[in-house]
Write a protein that binds this ligand. Structure first.
Ligand SMILES: [Fe+2]
Length: 294
């Protein structure tokens, strides 16, 4: 990769990096409490329109091969939803989720955290997802960072719901407002990115209000199939590329529809990211990995 693209986002010390060599040198400087994780999103397994992605069966596998050969071995991988493409048929949804689980067994990293998107879960309120994959919201910690996975998709209206918000409140009460490092993972944006395309969480403002008193909060999400970086006060929200088809920038065309495949630029705007989490000072260096042709 020749392109160097560094962007310092104000206030939170996030550096976006797209230079493998620099990431490798950054790895050499990692402290014991630092770690690296990968975010993949919107793999839409089961999608099968060649005009949109002629390699619909191979793109996820390419991403897995690339992740397996990263210069920095990630501690874990998160998939932020839309693992599968939507279907009204429970049997097909079940089959696609089982196939997805099988495909990702090729990842060398075995510490994997899976989350639903509305394509996986909205039709049946997450019933099949829970059967095949597991809980739709949960927490885990890694090297002192508190990860909170939220489900803003099982409700077809795109809400977290009072029950989950109460659960979130209970989780946050255990944490220190000044010292705790919190990373929220979810599918939809928690803030209103573009209402006309349903790029929001109906009650996401309530979650953001709960997170607001905490000094170190960063959100990684999917859903919009493109990179996006946004601040709500001191909280950074980072959307990842998808791995099946890109979507247009908010409001750039009348209707929401996948961007067509460009034969001159295959896999354009498809990819995943690595995140170097640094403990002191708290910092998340993001490296975007486009899918390569080979
Ligand atoms: Fe999606």
């Amino acid at each position: 990769m020749e392109r160097r693209d560094f962007l310092k986002l104000s206030g939170i010390g996030v550096v976006l990096v797209s230079d493998v060599g620099r990431v490798a040198s950054a790895a050499a400087k990692m402290m014991p409490d630092d770690f690296y994780f990968v975010q993949m999103s919107d793999t839409h397994w089961g999608f099968n329109l060649p005009k949109v992605n002629p390699d619909f069966a191979g793109t996820l596998k390419k991403a897995i091969a690339q992740a397996n050969s990263l210069a920095i071995h990630p501690d874990f991988i998160v998939f932020t939803g839309d693992l599968t493409h939507d279907t009204d048929d429970d049997k097909i949804r079940r089959r696609r989720l089982i196939e997805f689980k099988h495909i990702i067994k090729a990842l060398k990293v075995k510490n994997i955290h899976l989350m639903p998107g509305e394509h996986d879960a909205a039709v049946d309120n997450g019933k099949v997802f829970k059967e095949i994959i597991g809980p739709t919201h949960y927490t885990f910690t890694h090297k002192g960072v508190n990860f909170i996975a939220l489900d803003n998709v099982s409700d077809p209206g795109g809400s977290l719901g009072d029950q989950q918000l109460n659960w979130l409140n209970g989780q946050l009460k255990k944490l220190d407002k000044e010292k705790s490092r919190i990373v929220v993972l979810c599918h939809r944006p928690l803030f209103v990115l573009y209402d006309a395309w349903d790029w929001e969480t109906r009650d996401g403002d309530k979650a953001i209000d709960m997170l607001q008193p905490y000094k170190n909060v960063t959100v990684f999400y999917g859903h919009i199939h493109q990179e996006n970086h946004h601040m709500t006060d001191h909280i950074a929200h980072h959307a990842a590329h998808g791995l099946m088809y890109p979507l247009p920038t908010p409001g750039s065309q009348p209707n929401l529809a996948p961007l067509p495949w460009d034969p001159a630029h295959p896999y354009n705007n498809l990819g995943f990211r690595g995140v170097e989490a640094k403990a002191a000072p708290v910092d998340y260096a993001i490296n975007e990995y486009p899918i390569s042709k080979s």
